[in-house]
Design a protein around this ligand. Structure first.
Ligand SMILES: *[C@@H]1O[C@H](CO)[C@@H](O)[C@H](O)[C@H]1NC(C)=O
Length: 503
């Protein structure tokens, strides 16, 4: 997910948050928690995550906005982690980069770095672990172009593949990884690499390379990712190493992709899962990743998406187990108002059921993290779940009583108006013979290799349909799911899952 408030809204969000945190403070019940400091690092043990040698399954969330809010209100960070504890969110994910972090090769804004220090220290005090991403494919906060410029490579006329293949960029990025992991936290004098609060690093968030499907460009991308994950493992050997991948398939399992053009993002998930320098495999799953699907090439609706997701997770769980690596669903969520609040509850329940099933069977999916946990008036990108919102579903206001109708058979007084001629029925839209190739439109820039992706997707559409149709199955009874969750809220699902998982 690339969402981040634009600069205009970011400032507004800061003001709102300042007001919100004042309101929140008196509402908190502070439960004593054992700090992470002094406890163990989370380890991979086969295809599971372990703490102190015992399998560990968790629910968690993303909260990228912490790096903004911490700049003006340290208290809001503590308040947020208190709320996270209340709902058993044991792991929080955020960026370890910011607008001026770095601002040049080796140059990090000390104020922004101290903000991250505070978040890490506060998480440790609250017994919450962190996953931090070290870079981003998207433009939020620090883009690949920014990294290229800082590495002395002019991005003009170049693209993402040049980012991955440049020796200068690779050198720069290795140094960036070292700078973060070697940081001495100003709040607890502990190096990040030695702090069990930081459970895992994503060497990069959503490392796509659109259109990079040929052997040579794949070698460049995978070479970059292998180099950065190996470097991470060398400089931070106690912590877990991962990539914030979305889960897209390229050279195998393409029938499980969410559309014909998905393989064109250049992510060969099954191959990456086998990379020796990666400890944990990762998926990010959103309904917006779905292209139109057969048989009629409708946009996949919620029912369709729920069924797709279960199959998508299931195949990733099987591959992860085969590679003897745990799997974390690092991002999922449902945007409102395009979908309903009830559908969001259903999605969360579906994911929670899967997690509980994984725990009971010792499965590879060790944790699930929704996008995006928030409190107070944190800016909402449409995906926010407010932990300080109502846990009990509000009773719907009854519809107003309709005005009395005349008894049947009685003709209303007055002339009967002549009905206006019905407008001609709109012609049904022509049914396309294959998926409209619509990627996220914001990805279709030249730098992000939009034209190369489009060409690749056109080609894939010609053969993808039959293999997808063959593998597709409806296995989720969404009517029963809706009935079962009718009185639930997202927060009640989180609370109940927490009780079932940890006690
Ligand atoms: C971090 O810095 C403090 C203050 O300069 C110092 O006392 C401490 O030893 C440093 N910690 C490490 C792990 O280097």
């Amino acid at each position: 997910m690339q969402h981040a408030p634009s600069r205009c809204c970011w400032r507004l969000a800061l003001l709102r948050a300042a007001a919100a945190s004042l309101l929140l403070a008196p509402l908190l019940l502070l439960a004593p928690v054992t700090p992470v400091s002094g406890t163990s690092f989370v380890k991979a043990c086969g295809a599971q995550l372990c703490v102190d040698g015992k399998p560990w399954y968790f629910q968690g969330a993303n909260a990228y906005w912490l790096i903004d809010y911490v700049q003006f209100d340290r208290g809001s960070v503590d308040i947020f982690f208190d709320w996270a504890n209340k709902f058993g969110l044991k792991v929080i994910r955020l960026w370890a980069f910011n607008h001026r972090m770095p601002y040049q090769w080796g140059g990090y804004d000390e104020t922004q770095f101290r903000g991250l220090d505070y978040i890490v220290d506060s998480a440790g005090r609250h017994n919450i672990r962190l996953i931090v991403a070290l870079g981003n494919t998207w433009t939020a906060y620090r883009s690949p172009q920014d990294y290229m410029r800082m590495a002395g490579v002019d991005p003009a006329g170049k693209d993402l593949l040049d980012f991955y293949s440049s020796e200068h960029v690779r050198h720069f990025y290795r140094d960036h990884i070292s700078a973060i992991t070697q940081r001495n936290n100003t709040y607890n004098a502990r190096r990040y690499k030695d702090d069990p609060t930081i459970m895992m690093y994503d060497a990069m968030n959503e490392p796509r390379c659109p259109g990079c499907v040929d052997t040579s460009s794949q070698a460049q991308v995978r070479g970059f990712l292998a180099e950065m994950t190996s470097h991470l493992r060398a400089v931070a050997p106690s912590q877990l190493v991962a990539l914030g991948t979305e889960g897209y398939f390229l050279n195998s399992y393409e029938e499980w992709n969410s559309g014909a053009g998905v393989r064109c993002e250049g992510e060969d998930w099954a191959a990456l899962a086998g990379t020796s320098s990666i400890d944990v495999t990762v998926v990010h799953a959103y309904e917006r990743q779905m292209e139109s699907v057969p048989p009629k090439w409708y946009q996949c609706d919620f029912d369709c998406y729920a069924n797709f997701l279960i199959q998508y997770l299931s195949v990733h769980q099987r591959i992860a187990a085969g590679a003897k690596k745990p799997l974390i669903m690092e991002e999922y969520g449902l945007i409102l108002p395009q979908y309903t609040a009830d559908q969001r509850v259903q999605l969360f329940q579906l994911v929670a059921d899967n997690l509980r099933w994984m725990k009971s069977t010792g499965g590879a999916m060790a944790g699930v993290m929704f996008w995006n946990a928030a409190v107070g008036n944190v800016w909402d990108d449409g995906y926010n779940v407010y932990l300080d919102g109502p846990v009990v579903k509000p009773v719907p206001v009854p519809a107003p009583t309709p005005p009395p109708q005349p008894p049947s058979g009685v003709t209303p007084a007055g002339p009967v108006p002549t009905p206006a001629p019905a407008p001609p029925a709109p012609a049904p839209p022509p049914e396309p013979s294959r998926a409209p190739i619509v990627a996220n439109t914001e990805t279709l820039t030249d730098f992000l290799r939009g034209p190369q992706r489009a060409a690749c997707a056109e080609a894939a559409a010609k053969w993808w349909l039959p293999i997808w149709t063959n593998s597709w199955a409806y296995t989720v009874d969404t009517t029963a799911l809706a009935k079962r969750t009718a009185t639930y809220t997202v927060l009640s699902v989180l609370r109940d899952t927490s009780n079932a998982l940890y006690y």
